[in-house]
Design a protein around this ligand. Structure first.
Ligand code: AMP
Length: 335
């Protein structure tokens, strides 16, 4: 599809279009993907995890300006990051929508985790470490709503050098929610909750947090937003700012060695939005991005699968994120 404005996003049926491009690209071997039904389900504490080997992971290129673990106060980006940018001129066979809402493209993930896994990328180069704009958040939400007519999707954004991202060109991802992990703790947290925005005072109601979850996380319930761009931008933009400030506070109080390098994963369904502050991209050889924080551990081979089981998912998530301290509240100088 060539062009889709925001208002047209309400009129098309996106999932069959994604599916058609995916099936064709798969048949023509444009995707590095082997459908696998071999996975393990692991229970750790009150959480459920799916551990799956995804062969394409070892082939995924990485194009970061800075390797994780380099804790300089002022990151010095590698110079060749633009030259190796795969999203600047995407492959036509992977393109789902060439121009979405003037500024974006929808393209298939060339190394997908599942079928129909796709990305929203900016048409011009924008840094992955920049904040999501209200328009991006609204586009993400309306895309989820549209896909939801057929499939329960979620969207995620890995930002910052320790977030586990592999590409520096701004992108968010859309994946069908893993069937084995439906109804995770976040769904329980928001059940019956109305949309609200926490106020700055320590006494007021803060973000939702499950004390039984081992890693630091902040959740807000989302309302059913009508197809109204301004309303969606306002509500999602405010929710994201509240969550992002929690990440800043977390780094201020818990990781003061490197306050300039803020990393986090953001995940969203049509019912909730969650942010996870990140201090490490990997623990030993186990890399994680947003997916592990809803319970989906992807391993490139049996060695990594073994390590995940040996350390236990909860330990890895605490080390790559932060141990759960509830809502980190400081003083009047909080962000
Ligand atoms: P992240 O690792 O969070 O930065 O996500 C980047 C995604 O881009 C990865 O899941 C890769 O599989 C995907 N990717 C890498 N190269 C390409 C490409 N040429 N076309 C489409 N997707 C790609």
């Amino acid at each position: 599809m060539d062009q889709l404005s925001i208002s047209e996003l309400n009129k098309v049926d996106l999932f069959p279009i994604v599916q058609q491009v995916f099936d064709k690209a798969f048949k023509e071997e444009k995707l590095i993907y082997n459908e696998s039904d071999s996975f393990e389900i692991l229970e750790d504490g009150n959480l459920k995890f799916k551990i799956e080997i995804v062969g394409g992971l070892s082939k995924r290129p990485s194009n970061r300006p800075q390797e994780p673990g380099i804790k300089t106060n002022i990151p010095r980006p590698r110079k060749d990051v633009h030259a190796a940018d795969p999203f600047m001129i995407p492959e036509p066979e992977l393109t789902v929508v060439e121009c979405l809402a003037d500024e974006y493209r929808l393209i298939l993930n060339k190394y997908p985790n599942t079928s129909n896994h796709f990305l929203l990328v900016t048409r011009e180069f924008v840094k992955q470490d920049s904040l999501l704009t209200p328009k991006e958040l609204a586009t993400m939400y309306f895309t989820l709503q549209n896909l939801g007519r057929h499939e329960n999707y979620f969207t995620f954004f890995n930002s910052g050098s320790e977030s586990g991202y592999s590409q520096y060109h701004k992108h968010v991802q859309f994946m069908p929610f893993p069937k084995e992990l439906q109804n995770i703790f976040v769904d329980d947290l928001v059940r019956g909750e109305e949309f609200y925005l926490p106020k700055d005072t320590r006494s007021s109601r803060q973000c939702l947090n499950d004390p039984n979850c081992p890693y630091q996380h902040y959740v807000l319930p989302l309302p059913k937003i009508p197809f109204e761009l301004e309303e969606a931008e306002e509500q999602l933009g405010m929710a994201y700012m509240v969550l992002f400030r929690k990440v800043l506070n977390c780094f201020k109080y818990l990781n003061s060695t490197n306050p300039f390098d803020v990393s986090y994963n953001l995940l969203m369904t049509t019912k909730w939005i969650m942010i996870i502050p990140r201090r490490n991209a990997k623990f030993d050889k186990v890399w994680t991005n947003a997916l592990a924080f809803i319970g989906l551990f992807l391993a490139k081979d049996t060695e990594i699968q073994g390590l995940i089981k040996e350390y236990g998912p909860s330990t890895i998530l605490q080390e790559n994120g932060f141990p759960n301290n509830g809502d980190v509240l400081g003083d009047e100088n909080d962000y």
